[in-house]
Ligand binder design. Structure first.
Ligand code: FES
Ligand code: FE2
Length: 449
């Protein structure tokens, strides 16, 4: 692997990023070799595979993988590629099976990935091939974090929580129950999947807290599609954060979030007014969460990206996205919608409908984002357009690390988070070691208090 310098593409001192990294095929190929095989990637949620034999076909980078629960109830991840000629052994998006039988020559694999069946084995393979050497390929590391399953191909990579660092506190806000109990989320069935012609890094940076793009959503904000829309509350969501202090935080590992801190004397803001049962549920959750977490309950989720391509919406609409790469200027977006496992069916159904109004290819809000990424891509990729870098100078020098909360914190809308994303991106592309990739000695995070 070449140790090419990417200094020409990412110039953080001047806040410039070359358009080439969003369009060039050779740079994209390098990402698939140098970045995706080393990072932790979101695969799915344990609630998608509740029973032995349940499987869900996911992706890591461009490659198909299978999330599967074995007879022993263990969750495993396999590369969805037969060891004989590489055929997919799971052709459906999800299902339940007793084994994975390859459609091509019918080698079959047990739910723990072992090669168990080979047609005509005694006659043509015995003494030539040891089946135990030819099981399905598995990532070096797989972890279950509060029900979310993550995997990594790199045996040298740090464990998931080390990789996540202090971004954990913010991801938790999406994963924990609304009443403050740890975990307890589940995915509503039916993952929304669609293709957008743009580079995967564009939405990844947007979800680090590009609040600056609010004008894009002006039309939907004028009509109102939120959980209190029928009660004439305008906007994409209820304005629960009207009195919040907003923070944009970057982390040494390349993650970035936009969260909010409510005032000490916070009072419940009536929300979900379109349905009294749902409103009562969230009111109760608010009160229980405050009792359970005390002052900590003031931290509220908004959005964030776990480096490099998993993002989350912490509350309205609560979901996890993956920006799966499909080439330099094409992604497949997967949106997983989260609800409290213990919530009444009425609440889950209400949220499902709200999520659909907001999100996905037909969602009123997401259409705006897609249009931006689509046409920004079309207008940026030409020979002349690519000579001009993108501008990442917003609020440079305006973030600090002397805040009570860990990370580099900006109290005004800022492009510090994407600057740090591209800083780390460059480190992966230059083949740095894990100390560098985790930002252990990064001066951006070491100013004197
Ligand atoms: S490719 Fe799977 S059995 Fe031949
Ligand atoms: Fe948006």
């Amino acid at each position: 692997m070449s140790e090419q310098s990417y200094a020409n593409y990412v110039d953080l001192e001047r806040g410039l990023v070359s358009r080439d990294i969003f369009f060039r095929e050779d740079i994209y190929r390098e990402e698939l070799e140098k970045l995706f095989p080393r990072v932790w990637q979101f695969i799915g949620h344990e609630s998608q595979v509740p029973n032995p034999g349940d499987f869900f076909v996911s992706r890591m980078g461009e490659e198909s993988v299978i999330l599967c629960r074995g007879e022993d109830r263990q969750i495993r991840v396999f590369l969805n590629s037969c060891r004989h000629r590489g055929m997919k052994v799971a052709l459906y998006d999800e299902g339940n099976t007793r084994m994975f039988t390859c459609p091509y020559h019918a080698w079959s694999y047990s739910l723990d990935g072992k090669l168990t069946g080979v047609p005509m084995y005694d006659a043509i393979y015995a003494g030539r091939m040891d089946k135990s050497d030819w099981g399905l390929v598995q990532p070096a590391q797989v972890t279950n974090y509060k029900g979310t399953i993550w995997a990594n191909w790199d045996p040298e990579a740090p464990d998931f929580l080390t990789y996540l660092g202090d971004a954990k506190n913010h991801l938790d806000l999406a994963l924990d129950s609304r009443d403050g109990r740890e975990g307890g989320s589940e995915v509503i069935g039916g993952i929304t999947k669609w293709i957008i012609p743009c580079n995967w890094k564009l939405p990844a940076e947007n979800f680090m807290g590009d609040t600056y793009h609010n004008p894009s959503h002006r039309s939907v904000d004028m009509i109102g599609i939120g959980p209190s829309a029928r009660a004439d509350v305008k906007g994409r969501r209820d304005n629960e954060l009207a009195k919040a202090h907003h923070v944009w935080i970057s982390f040494p590992q390349g993650h970035g979030v936009h969260s909010a801190i409510m005032p000490e004397d916070e009072e419940y803001v009536e929300s979900f007014k379109d349905n009294p049962e749902v409103e009562a549920y969230f009111r109760r959750c608010f009160e229980e969460r405050r009792k359970r977490l005390g002052d900590q309950s003031r931290l509220r989720p908004f959005v964030g990206t776990v480096f490099p391509n998993t993002s989350f919406h912490g509350n309205q609409p609560r979901s996890i996205f993956v920006w799966h790469p499909h080439g330099p200027a094409k992604i497949e977006v997967w949106r997983f919608f989260l609800v409290d496992r213990d919530a009444p069916p009425e609440v889950k159904d209400f949220l499902r409908r709200y999520y659909m109004r907001y999100s996905g290819p037909a969602g009123m809000t997401e259409q705006d984002d897609m249009e931006n990424w689509n046409y920004a891509t079309a207008a940026s990729r030409g020979t002349i357009a690519r000579r001009y870098p993108y501008n990442y100078q917003q609020s440079s020098g305006a973030s600090r690390i002397d805040q009570p909360m860990p990370g580099r914190v900006s109290e005004q809308v800022s492009e510090e988070n994407p600057r740090m994303l591209y800083h780390r991106w460059r480190d992966y592309m230059e083949g740095r070691d894990w100390d560098v990739l985790l930002g252990k000695n990064d001066p951006h995070f070491q100013e004197a208090k």
